[in-house]
Design a protein around this ligand. Structure first.
Ligand code: 13P
Ligand code: SF4
Length: 305
């Protein structure tokens, strides 16, 4: 089936079945184009919590769809490919988190949303890249366990001056962005502003003009007087940036920062998902209730953002 026919079918089924399509900024361009809402993890979780439609089709990785299912249990949440995972989310598991909690019984557990539902259920509060710094800054506690991302955690620790107990997880995609890539691109484009995601290593973050979540980058580019940008995150965000800012120029720090899990969602799979109402993402009620508390706390903290 040609592209336009698939899109037409998706639109028909969407209207008939009362569906909202939520899409992350790293999705393939053609999937971004069918979004009812395109955003970062924080925006998408807010949107999932507020959605009035009966069905949410989540075009992103599994933990994002799971977050939607935790926040909106009365809705049917579908992911077009359930194997679209986040390797970083799988780096933190409940038994090892419990062990760490036992060693630090006074510590508050701040967990990045890039985590599984059962890990969220073991946590006190969640965060995303957009609000991690604010949440940690506002916590008036002696000890904080932060996981799974050691780079986001390290960045937050440097920004807030707080000493965090860091889980040693990382994102394989952002690890591919090297300081040499940024230096090379800066030489090539001396007037370009460097924007990087906080999942990048400290060496890369230190070379950036701004450290932002994916939607943070989209907002910043619109407001900035700069006309050129070097982008240190997953490459397909550039499709959105270019579409929204046709007169500005964008250069990926490296073409290698591709999240293959995000690319598992295709238009074909979205259509199949709507036709067959699969794959349903559901979280066991006992876990869901506890995980929701940690996410709700995060949403409360960042209401004004
Ligand atoms: P954002 O919340 O900034 O969109 O980041 C999500 C993510 O998975 C980054 O790799
Ligand atoms: Fe996970 Fe990294 Fe992909 Fe984000 S870019 S979904 S952290 S693997």
């Amino acid at each position: 089936m040609v592209h336009t026919d698939i899109v037409k079918k998706i639109q028909e089924l969407k209207a008939r079945k009362n569906v909202i399509i939520l899409v992350h900024n790293y999705q393939l361009p053609e999937v971004q184009d069918i979004a009812d809402f395109l955003g970062d993890s924080l925006d998408l979780s807010r949107k999932a919590a507020e959605a009035e439609e009966d069905v949410i089709v989540f075009c992103g990785v599994h933990f994002m769809a799971e977050t939607a299912a935790i926040l909106s249990p009365s809705k049917t949440v579908l992911i077009p490919d359930p194997s679209a995972g986040c390797p970083m989310a799988d780096m933190l598991d409940v038994p090892r988190l419990r062990e760490l909690k036992k060693k630090h019984p006074e510590a508050v557990v701040v967990t990045y949303v890039n985590s599984t539902a059962d890990v969220k259920a073991e946590s006190d509060i969640c965060c995303t890249s957009a609000n991690a710094e604010k949440i940690v800054r506002n916590l008036d506690v002696k000890e904080i366990i932060f996981g799974p991302d050691k780079y986001l955690g390290g960045y937050v620790a440097r920004q807030t001056g707080k000493n965090l107990i860091l889980w040693q997880g990382y994102c394989i995609v952002h690890m591919r962005i090297l300081p040499e890539d940024i230096k090379k691109m800066k030489n090539k484009h001396p007037n370009a502003e460097v924007l990087v995601h906080p999942e990048c290593t400290a060496e890369v973050v230190n070379l950036a003009d701004n450290v932002l979540s994916t939607t943070g980058m989209c907002r910043h580019v619109k407001e900035s007087a700069s006309e050129e940008f070097i982008i240190g995150t997953e490459v397909d965000i550039i499709y959105r940036l270019q579409k929204e800012n046709p007169c500005k120029k964008f250069y990926p720090a490296t073409e290698l920062s591709v999240c293959h899990n995000m690319k598992k969602i295709s238009l074909d799979k979205v259509l199949r998902s709507l036709e067959t109402m699969s794959h349903v993402v559901k979280v066991e009620e006992r876990i869901r209730e506890r995980a929701k508390k940690a996410i709700d706390k995060m949403l409360e903290y960042s209401r004004a953002d």
